[in-house]
Design a binder for this molecule. Structure first.
Ligand code: SF4
Ligand code: SF4
Length: 134
């Protein structure tokens, strides 16, 4: 009984073990893996990151001249880090501790449109390349 009273008094004056989420951000555990950051200036556009990404959160769209544009969906990303491991250019893809911001109309990419364009633009580029060769 005495121990219980001491513990109760201690708890009355100690800091709560929980945080007031969402008013306070939850602390991230050490070595937490979060969003992917891309540096276009280091990219050689090999598309390895797109190939290894399990949920398809990285897609490239193609221009007629063969140049590619990187697209990333932070809401599909499962933070596995496979793209970082597969990338042959150190520092081109890095994983930070931040998580995706709340999904709103402004922050959420129109991923269906990106996926369609990635497929279609690749087909167009391949067809143009074939035509050039023949
Ligand atoms: S961390 Fe994983 S899920 Fe996220 S983009 Fe890279 S490969 Fe895809
Ligand atoms: S794997 Fe790296 S270098 Fe290759 S396309 Fe992706 S980001 Fe660029």
């Amino acid at each position: 009984m005495k121990d219980m009273i001491i513990e109760t008094i201690k708890n009355l004056f100690s800091k709560p073990a929980t945080v007031k989420y969402p008013f306070e951000p939850s602390p991230t555990p050490p070595n937490y893996r979060g969003l992917i950051v891309y540096k276009e200036e280091l990219c050689i556009f090999c598309t390895k990151c797109e190939l290894v990404c399990p949920p398809g959160a990285i897609r490239f769209t193609y221009e007629e001249d063969g140049s590619k544009k990187y697209h990333y969906n932070p809401y599909l990303c499962i933070y596995c880090g496979e793209c970082v491991r597969a990338c042959p250019k150190p520092g081109c893809l890095t994983q930070v501790e931040d998580v995706a911001p709340p999904a709103t109309k402004e922050t959420k990419p129109n991923w269906d449109a990106v996926e369609v364009e990635a497929e279609e633009s690749k087909k167009r580029w391949l067809a143009a390349r074939k035509k050039k060769k023949s």
